[in-house]
Design a protein around this ligand. Structure first.
Ligand SMILES: Cc1cc2nc3c(=O)[nH]c(=O)nc-3n(C[C@H](O)[C@H](O)[C@H](O)COP(=O)(O)OP(=O)(O)OC[C@H]3O[C@@H](n4cnc5c(N)ncnc54)[C@H](O)[C@@H]3O)c2cc1C
Length: 383
């Protein structure tokens, strides 16, 4: 097994780091306080290629491999998970679904705009009464002449108020996963409304919204994939999305580690740097092992994907481990910072608040364990 990165992968990650150190790191605390990243960041990320990372070149993207994508998500997670989420959802969940399931017309319509940052996408699966149990979602899409009429509600939708296109999952058939279809809804369609959810614990710079669809009329050409294929599209996007979340979590662990080591060497108590105390090194050592272990799980999942092998369970393992590791690392980092870790002059309390959602979204830790348990035992605990 060759764990060495190639020149393209290394240089794109380096370019991304330099960009983020310049355009994001100096502003992240302020964006977090005012609960909004600077909108201009979207265009800048588009120019660098971050929003078209996995979109083929013929549609305006840079057609990077999944390991390059993971490395870039790690850099974004290290800098600011709010920015990482914008990219993961627009390019990862929405762009990739269009690449894999879109008609030529849908690809031409949306991919170049998503890749450049001219348009953002959001991914509307979760509803107020169906989170983990997404296969039972209630939003309806009823056939009407040559098209559909959509009615229902979505909640916790990243990029919701900023998006130009919403990939929305709605019920066209009977109960369960086979009754779900996917639709690309331009957000200026009459009857579509997005309301921002304020007061989040973390990811405060990111626009998270409730979506209300009331009599939204769409032509059949807005359906992504076949009727009844929606749940499959959602799950395949989320398998890949979990690699992205996991990679972002590696970035959180790495960011916590770097910040903590620097602080521990500088901060003195009892006449010595606190880095010289064994119990402080214990906390740092755990963070260091977590960073390596989480990164290797991410790379393994990305490598399986690149080689065309089954990668879903590997992605679940990476997402489960890395998200829990991010919470542990941020907690350790605050411990080493002492009281200074509790205020946002230093980055570690934001890492803690941002990390906390990682064990919840794109499948909670419990759901990842059920997926892993099903793979090990052959028995589904979902039924
Ligand atoms: C900031 C943020 C951004 C988000 N972005 C998006 C987005 O862009 N698009 C989108 O569609 N959704 C998004 N979500 C929603 C997210 O994916 C859901 O919150 C998540 O799937 C969990 O669903 P829930 O909140 O309804 O919790 P529930 O499903 O109600 O779960 C509550 C608890 O019960 C546990 N549980 C549930 N079922 C089982 C089971 N079978 N066995 C054991 N335990 C179980 C869960 O693990 C959890 O601990 C976002 C959420 C947040 C907070």
């Amino acid at each position: 097994m060759d764990l060495a990165l190639n020149e393209d992968q290394r240089s794109f990650a380096q370019l991304t780091r330099e960009f983020l150190e310049r355009e994001v790191v100096p502003h992240r605390a302020e964006w977090d306080r005012r609960e909004q990243v600077d909108r201009a960041l979207v265009g800048k990320m588009g120019e660098l290629g971050l929003l078209g990372l996995t979109i083929p070149e013929e549609y305006g993207g840079i057609g990077g491999d999944l390991l390059t994508y993971a490395l870039t998500m790690e850099e974004l997670g290290r800098a600011d998970s709010a920015a990482r989420g914008i990219v993961s959802v627009s390019n990862g969940l929405v762009g990739t679904s269009i690449v894999n399931y879109g008609s030529e017309e849908q690809k031409q319509q949306w991919l170049p705009r998503i890749a450049s940052g001219q348009s953002l996408g959001c991914f509307g699966l979760t509803e107020p009464d169906t989170g983990s149990d997404a296969a039972n979602l209630r939003m309806r899409a009823v056939r009407d002449g040559d098209g559909y009429v959509l009615d229902g509600q979505k909640i916790f939708i990243t990029n919701g108020t900023w998006a130009d296109v919403a990939l929305v999952f709605a019920r066209t058939g009977g109960e369960g996963p086979k009754g779900v279809s996917a639709f690309l809804v331009p957000t200026d369609t009459p009857g579509f409304e997005a309301r921002e959810i304020k007061g989040k614990l973390g990811l405060r710079g990111q626009a998270t919204a409730e979506l209300f669809l009331s009599g939204v009329r769409l032509p059949s050409s807005a359906r992504l994939g076949d009727e009844g294929e929606g749940f499959k599209i959602a799950m395949s996007s989320l398998d890949k999305g979990r690699i992205s979340v996991a990679a972002g979590c590696v970035g959180i662990v790495q960011g916590c580690l770097e910040a903590t080591v620097a602080y521990a060497k500088e901060r003195r108590q009892f006449g010595r740097p606190i880095a010289s105390f064994q119990m402080v090194q214990d906390l740092i050592a755990d963070m260091s092992v977590d960073a390596d272990a989480a990164r290797l799980l991410v790379w393994r999942a990305a490598d399986l994907y690149v080689r065309g092998e089954a990668y879903g369970v590997a992605a679940s393992k990476a997402k489960y481990f890395a998200s829990e590791a991010a919470v542990r690392a941020a907690n350790n980092a605050i411990q080493v910072y002492g009281g200074y870790g509790y205020v946002d002059e230093y980055p570690v309390q934001k890492y803690m608040r941002d990390a906390r959602v990682m064990t919840l979204y794109e499948g909670t830790s419990q759901i990842q364990k059920l997926l892993i348990g099903r793979a090990e035992t052959g028995v589904s605990a979902f039924l």
